[in-house]
Unconditional design. Structure first.
Length: 248
């Protein structure tokens, strides 16, 4: 499968996996990898690193927006194979260890199977390892508050709702917001185009997910790199407010 790597700013790449995005931030030979797609996307993850002139050995850290399998996919592989630290919000660390699972239930998916796009999405998720037991053995909370001492100097922004410990990552130097599933620009199960919340069934606590859009609206930036959908160009504030309007 071809790896779709798009340079969106200096040292910043959005990679479209099979149904989920990840982001590569580069600084010299080192990189920060934000999210890692599905378990079945591993070859694409490694290929995307090579395409930007890097390698798994050069990954300074993996940052995870939230511990769903379509974002956590190769995190444990990189940690176990290369010693790469895997960082998340402290509330998401036990989720990554699979002490609990905040994920849409099979019964809920089946109740929504009549909706356009849901059945093809389910088939893809199953084939890509979306329901496999895929914990990170030793995930770590962020080592410091504020900007992280990693390529890109990303700043974690706690945006709960989709999961308790969901984090977006703000990169003020390039005006980028890596929004994970707190704010997306498309999804196979959505008929909305442009900035939006994921469909209701995917959120652990939808009211908190809606409230987190207000946090994102306070951030300066002109490039939205979502967990699902294409890059969105334009003020992050406008994108967050547009998603909020759709959600109400």
């Amino acid at each position: 499968m071809r790896t779709d790597v798009q340079q969106v700013a200096d040292g910043t790449y959005l990679v479209h996996g099979s149904n989920t995005n990840w982001v590569i931030l580069t600084e010299g030979d080192a990189v920060t990898l934000v999210d890692t797609g599905y378990p079945g996307d591993r070859e694409q993850v490694l290929a995307s690193l090579a395409e930007v002139g890097s390698s798994p050995e050069a990954v300074a850290a993996v940052l995870i927006t939230h511990a769903h399998n379509d974002h956590l996919g190769s995190a444990e592989y990189l940690r176990a194979t290369y010693g790469t630290p895997v960082y998340l919000h402290e509330a998401e660390v036990p989720h990554a260890r699979r002490e609990f699972l905040h994920q849409v239930a099979v019964g809920t998916v089946l109740k929504n199977a009549w909706r356009p796009g849901v059945l093809p999405w389910v088939v893809h998720a199953l084939r890509s390892g979306g329901t496999t037991h895929n914990p990170v053995t030793a995930p770590e909370p962020f080592p410091t508050a504020g900007a992280l001492d990693l390529p890109g100097r990303p700043v974690p922004v706690h945006t709960p709702g989709h999961t308790d410990g969901h984090c977006a990552y703000h990169v003020p130097g390039t005006g980028v917001l890596i929004s994970g599933d707190a704010l997306v620009s498309g999804h196979p199960t959505s008929r909305i185009e442009g900035p939006q919340l994921l469909p209701d069934m995917f959120h652990h606590e939808r009211p908190r997910a809606v409230a987190s859009l207000d946090l994102l609206a306070e951030l300066e930036g002109e490039l939205l790199l979502p967990g699902h959908g294409p890059v969105h160009r334009g003020p992050v504030r406008d994108a967050a407010l547009r998603a909020r309007e759709h959600a109400l």
